[in-house]
Write a protein that binds this ligand. Sequence first.
Ligand code: C2E
Ligand code: CA
Ligand code: CA
Ligand code: CA
Length: 280
Amino acid sequence: ARQQGGNQYSFFTPSLQEAAQQKLQLTRELRAAVAGQQFCLHFQPIVELGTGRVCKAEALVRWQHPERGLVGPGEFIALAEENRLIGEIGDWVFKEAARWTLRWRETYCPQFQVSVNKSPAQFGRTQNHAAGWIAHLRQLGLPGRAVALEITEGLLLNATPAIGDCLRSYREAGMQVAIDDFGTGYSSLSYLKNLELDYLKIDRSFTSNLAPGASELALCEAIVVMAHKLGLKVVAEGIETAQQRDLLVAMGCDYGQGYLFSRPLAPEAFEHTLMSTHHR
Ligand code: C2E
Ligand code: CA
Ligand code: CA
Ligand code: CA
């Protein structure tokens, strides 16, 4: 647009400035949010496809913005990563998720497991930071098994020895590890043999295009077969239709998550779901 003339150039520049200003403003607000604990968690049920039971959920963070209402993670996680605020937000998410998990294991579902997202920016590249979260679980009297960590393929692609040590420490403490958005990263499959993992989460981009004859169907089937041969369970995310669910059940996919079953819910509403599926 620049070489088309001075007019467009001068038209373009303020909007760039505006965008930078907005980002600065948002960063300032995010700092205040971290200090003022303006976050909350929603829980999306993870359904055991064979039985329809709910014994797991993914914890998803939201920002309760004083003026703009509930803001989704898509609008602030990347910014938090850039500004090193993700560590503090992630610690809060972990503790809050553990707190509810303790309650739900004691009330409705002794096996309940929460999934927590941990982005690459939350891993030290040279230091193993696993001890803090492990100690927190011990303090609450929760077994490691009560938590699964969702990590992305990108983390493993650039894994340093410290990252490998960190994941091993978590697993030694009993925590489980899931590969999130499986199939969308660089998919060097070699990490599957080098690392001990527990779940593959099939990305929504595959699930949402599942239909008889679609290449996504062949890919999902191949992922399920491979995962099971490696001793991993499979979670399909983004299930929105009964047809998608039925195709996944038919191929032996273990767990499902998506709007067909439930949107992410405030803790009280999720608790209601747990109560009704466990006291039938
Ligand atoms: P994700 O880990 O892939 O989480 C799944 C996202 O898909 C969630 O969006 C969820 O609400 C949405 N979703 C679930 N079922 C369906 C469905 O059937 N259809 C459609 N269209 N969408 C569905 P959400 O809550 O906006 O989170 C977006 C991303 O933000 C997450 O993607 C995750 O990468 C990140 N995130 C969320 N919470 C945290 C957190 O506590 N820490 C970190 N590091 N990242 C987080
Ligand atoms: Ca996730
Ligand atoms: Ca995902
Ligand atoms: Ca995703």
